[in-house]
Design a protein around this ligand. Sequence first.
Ligand code: NAD
Length: 494
Amino acid sequence: MEAIPHWIHGRAVAGSSGRVSAVYDPARGVQVAEVSLASSGEIDDTIKSALDASEDWADSSLGARANLLFRLRDLVDRRRDDLARLVTKQHGKVHSDALGEVARGLECVEFSCGIPNLLKGSYTPQVSTGIDVHTLLEPVGVVTGITPFNFPVMVPLWMLANAVACGNAFVLKPSERDPSPSLMLAELVHDAGFPDGVFNVVQGDAEAVDALLTHPGVDAVSFVGSTPVARHVYETGTRNGKRVQALGGAKNHMVVLPDADIDVAADAAVSAGYGSAGERCMAISVVVAVGAVADQLVEAIALRIPDVVIGPGDAPESMMGPLITGQHRERVRSYVEGAPAEGATVVVDGTEVDTDEGFFLGCSLIDGVRPGMRVYDDEIFGPVLSVVRVPTFAEAIDLVNSNPYGNGVAIFSRDGGAVRRFERSVKVGMVGVNVPIPVPVASHSFGGWKASIFGDSPIYGPEGIRFYTRPKVVTSRWPEGPSNTLDLGFPTHH
Ligand code: NAD
């Protein structure tokens, strides 16, 4: 059985806690490895390595950092296929989807290559006579990143590229369900020439997370995962004096207005609802059919579902792979099976799927869903699309705004005025206009509202630079000639 280690101070280190967790090949339903779960002592060693590295790294020139980031960009680019294959092996998503995840992570490395420009700070000469002010953006110190299973390459790159570019040392605690891609990233960071200790990977579960959140050597925490854990991470981290950004779960709606092109909307709903088996925080899980569009739209979505080829992620014809674990599959299945008792109609039942092995589930479509039903209220995180029918556009906006989550939302329409009204009134952090999965490019930033985020900082892009730096404001005077005045008043401008 392969034993998956940590990566501390530039090398793989076998775990010594004696605690391990099983890692599966979800397409075959068999255990393929075990990952070590760090003890608080191992967390302590890792933070020491990061602290040792952080002082010199913070003092390194921006030119040197940019050079290393360009090299990392090149290595990730050259190894994108290997990274994607490893993602498919442990996560299960299909190869093309895994390649897409690597590409979106690479974007974040490309953004951070511009670090000399991003850390320019600001300078104001002569704010008062003979006095100048400048603001420096300094690293925060040691940053930890705690990441979910569903994007084992992209989400770590959302964090690590900007964190190290800003001069911080970074400790990644990846999901214990698909931990190996983080080690390939560590090797690439090492091969790019980053000093030992600037990037470390510590494997673990809740115990490791809690040790990181309470460790005095950690200055900032970036978390991406489910809402209950995001809330816990935010509360524990801030109580321990750390800067925390914690991105949580989602229930993303796709509003379809009566004037929308039905084929465009149905293609988008199927692609964004069932892509990656619905295991995306930006997946569409609720289609909101406004007025007369509903019957036609439900029919068009149902017609497309048999075209989705389900199979192992490494088979070229597969469009949708398995779920992450057998336990998660059973949880997702329970929502479909329970929907009729809640008063909803199962239009397409994907609970029976024709495979002997693996954690597969088919695509399900459930009509007549309403708030208050489990299938609407919970984040299912599987290939289940719900349809909520509302009579008017205003009710569609109310539905979206009443939902506790606010990660992503999409509107499908040809009416510019209605779309503009939607864009301005919807209480959601990322909005797609005829775009079902509006994940912002790396030159913007990613973040939901409401229960989809704790803390005030979106992730990557310009907001990432802000999160990973502290401003220092310097007020300076260079007096010429002797001083001959005493002034005990509060400084004012003149
Ligand atoms: P998760 O919350 O179970 O785990 C996330 C991380 O937290 C993992 O590293 C895990 O080891 C750790 N963890 C789990 N339970 C913990 C606990 N009790 N205490 C401390 N740490 C704990 O999430 P997941 O199942 O790996 O990922 C799926 C979830 O992540 C979904 O809810 C999805 O919407 C969300 N997600 C959100 C975004 C976003 O940007 N908002 C992006 C991707 C995924």
